[in-house]
Each structure stands twice: as C-alpha cells, then as structure tokens.
Design a protein around this ligand. Structure first.
Ligand code: 8ID
Ligand code: ZN
Ligand code: ZN
Length: 349
C-alpha cells in the first residue's frame, strides 16, 4: 500500500539548505507512473539548482534529484509499456511534449516544454517520485539499483557527450573534471568505447581513482605549471587530444581547451559553471579547424544504450552510499570539490 506521507529533502528558498521533512505522496496523472525510489544519485546540477546558479527559473519549494532508481508502484490509465512492479529510473528529462520538431526527431532534451526532474518538477530526493511513462528508463531485473542510479544522469550525459565528440576507437579524449561524478563515468564509457583517456582534475585521491579506472595519464590542474603543455605531452605524438570533454564546474578550462585539442579535434562543453563563458582564440580555432559544441543529457535511446553498457558489466565507477538525511553534508563536500566519484542516497524503507 502507498502511504499518504513520505520523507523528502525540500529546498524551500533559493540558496537552501534542503530541509528533511514529511510531505504528501504525489499521485500520478494519466500518462505518469509513481516510482518508489530506493536509491538516488546526487549530481552537481542539484547543487546548482539550490544555489540558483542558472538563468532558468526553478520550482520552489523544490524536491531535487534526477538520478532515481526504484520500482513502479502506481500508474495512470494512459501509461503504456510499463507495469507495476517493474524496475525503472527517473532521469533529468522527466517529460517532454512528444509533438514538437525536436521531440519528433529524437532531440527531446531540446523540447521547449521539457519538464526537468528536481528543477521544474519535483525529483527523486523523496520516497515516491513521478515520471512521464514515456520518459522513465526501464531497468532490467538483476541490475543493482544503487550502482545504476548515477547512470541515469551522469552516465547518459557522458555517453552522449562522447558520441557527440565524434572520437573514434583508438583516439584520445581529455576528460576535464575526470575525478568527479560525470568524470568517473566518462572514463568508464570512454574505455568501453575503445578510446584512450587523459584525466584532468586535482589531488591525489582523484589521481588514484582515475588511474584505477583506466586513465593513461593524469594531469593535476592544482599542481601543473603549464597545463596545456602537460596535456599535449600526454597525447600521442604530442599533437593534442582528438576530443576534450569539459565536465568541470569552473570557467578556466572552458577557455583553455582549444589549446590542447588536436587540429580537427572537438571540444564538447557539458559542465555548467555559473555565469561562465566559452572563450576561444579565433585564430587557433580557425587554423586548427576545431569543432566547439555543447552537449545536453541524452534522448531516451541514449538512456537505453547507456544503461545497456552498464547492464553488460562494462561500467564500474566508485560511489559512496549514505541515507537521504545526509544530503546537506554531500552538498558541502561537493561544493569543496572533495568528492571522488559519486554519492548515492538511500531512501528510507
Ligand atoms: O547535460 C549536461 N550538459 C549535464 C548533465 C549533468 C551534469 C551537465 N552537468 C553538469 C553539472 O551541472 C556540473 O556543472 O556537469 C558538471 C559536473 O557535474 P558533476 O560531475 O556532478 O560534478 P562534480 O562531481 O562536482 O565534478 C566536478 C569535477 O570538476 C573538477 C572538480 O575537482 C570535480 O572533480 N574541476 C574543477 I571544480 N575545476 C577543474 C579544473 N580547472 C576541475 N577539473 C579540472 N580542471
Ligand atoms: Zn545530473
Ligand atoms: Zn517537444
């Protein structure tokens, strides 16, 4: 039976903090499902949301979270292809119109009517969360719900970003912010896709993690005297990286990446630091024929594929599990850049 009340982390005003309290359990609309969340990842996006970092209006009060994995416990009469008892995940794209040009051409993250979990609609930092049936990600039986949770945003996003980069097997990708949540998964997807990886982040803990996840080289941005030279030196023949995945939550690398990208290389912006600009020298960008682009989560099929890599055992990134109650502590560590990998919250039974 579904209770009337549940535990949640609620951001009541811009800047937070999240308040751990009881709120009503929502009821699914006709095209929605209600998922009993067992585990949810904490993405840096949740922290940006609480801080009001972005020029995109936010729901308040807000239940954040968009990497939630659990079991379908109720569904509306129009919810198709998913049954009560199925395992499923709620990702950043909670729903979209399914009728606009972008939705029709499998670019639904670009839909003007997109509903965003833990941002414009309540997300997964609660025991029972709602998703549009067409958009929730099916999770095969037997997949561990704690480890799979971060795939629902971080995994899908970096998998899509790597595809968007155009990098081919055997080529080298520089992952900026490789020690973070997206970065640790990017390392694993890159490896599974046959790419060679140079990891860029700060500190020894992240260095050890990146090396154990398969990075061929690690450049410490807090220690390097000449980051551009160090990254280039780590690439085959010193020519630079075929692709750069920008996952950091600071502006500087967004202005540096062109300098260590290989001629014909791609620079893919994914991280979303507040008030930041992508700035590149016109001369170098032109004469090196650099492809600079953004990449934003992924469509439903990207979700299926990213999950499939995981289900086949190709993706193993470290995570730490703590109770939902400890979200404020996780945010604190995240703000300080002290998290190697991901934190996953366990919802109360
Ligand atoms: O669809 C999208 N584009 C999308 C999807 C999901 C998340 C974008 N994001 C965004 C988030 O909103 C956030 O801005 O990606 C960014 C990274 O999210 P995350 O991986 O969840 O954050 P994290 O775990 O805090 O990792 C960030 C890492 O960047 C490193 C930090 O040390 C940390 O490990 N970093 C920083 I801050 N400055 C760096 C620098 N100059 C750096 N690494 C290298 N060089
Ligand atoms: Zn996210
Ligand atoms: Zn649409």
């Amino acid at each position: 039976t579904i209770p009337e009340k549940q535990w949640a982390q609620v951001v009541e005003e811009k800047g937070g903090p999240p308040i751990y309290k009881e709120i009503p359990v929502p009821k699914p609309g006709p095209d929605e499902v209600l998922i009993k969340i067992k585990y949810t990842g904490v993405c840096h996006t949740d922290l940006h949301a609480m801080k009001g970092d972005w020029p995109l209006p936010l729901k308040l009060p807000l239940v954040g979270g968009h990497e939630g994995a659990g079991t379908v416990v109720a569904k509306g009469e129009l919810a198709q292809g998913i049954e009560i008892g199925d395992k499923a995940g709620i990702k950043w794209l909670n729903g979209s119109c399914l009728a606009c040009e972008f939705c029709k051409t499998s670019d639904e993250p670009l839909c003007a009517e997109a509903k965003l979990s833990g941002y414009t609609v309540d997300g997964t930092f609660q025991q029972y969360a709602i998703g549009k049936a067409a958009h929730v990600t099916r999770i095969p039986e037997g997949v561990e719900l704690d480890a799979v949770a971060p795939i629902l945003c971080a995994g899908i996003t970096v998998y899509k970003g790597l595809k968007e980069s155009g990098a081919r097997p055997g080529q080298t990708v520089a992952i900026v912010g490789a020690g973070g949540g997206l970065g640790s998964l990017a390392l694993q997807y890159a490896k599974a896709m046959g790419l060679r990886v140079i990891a860029i982040d700060g500190g020894e803990e992240k260095k050890d993690m990146c090396k154990s996840l398969g990075a061929e080289a690690y450049v410490d941005f807090t220690q390097s005297k000449d980051l551009v030279a160090d990254v280039k030196a780590a690439t085959p023949e010193g020519l630079g990286a075929h692709a750069v995945l920008l996952l950091a939550v600071s502006e500087k690398p967004f202005q540096q990446a062109v300098a260590y990208a290989r001629p014909r290389g791609a620079v893919v912006a994914i991280g979303l630091p507040a008030n930041a600009f992508l700035k590149a020298p016109v001369f170098d960008s032109v004469v090196k024929m650099i492809n600079i682009k953004g990449s934003y989560v992924g469509n439903r099929q990207d979700g299926v594929e990213a999950l499939d890599f995981f289900a086949r055992g190709l993706i193993k990134a470290p995570f730490k599990t703590v109770p939902l109650k400890e979200l404020p502590k996780v945010f604190e560590l995240m703000e300080q850049g002290k998290i190697a990998g991901r934190y996953v919250l366990e919802l109360p039974e």
